[in-house]
Design a protein. Sequence first.
Length: 153
Amino acid sequence: MRKKNGSEDNRISVTYERETFASSAAVVENALRGALLLEGAGKCFVEAHLVTDESMRRINRETRKKDVPTNVLSFVADRSLPHPELPKGFRYCGEIFVAPRHISKKKEDIRILAVHGLLHLLGYEHKKKNDRMVMEAREREIFRSLFSPSRGG
């Protein structure tokens, strides 16, 4: 497993289970970095893990009681736990698990799903219709800002 770390403004750790996910790791890191900046998240530490469909299925089964793989899962950090490993002023936001092969099979965009996972860590939800509309609108705004053709994305 390889790790990539973020800049001074935020910290992003991306790990992957398979070497074939290495190129996706860079894409995910860039999407998360851009979204954190657009959200004004401040000094935030986020962990992203690119996992196999089998691992995602296990995580989904253990955490949500759904015995199927899924595209992305997010786990918001328990803010009551200290993180002395982080530099002063940083907060640990949580973890995002992404299944690149599952996403590819579904013809989805890994950048959108990484941002979706991040928005959950930052407090967005989609359990209620209005919340879903707000979250989806923000995803679209971020995607346009970061990846529109005029930006070379």
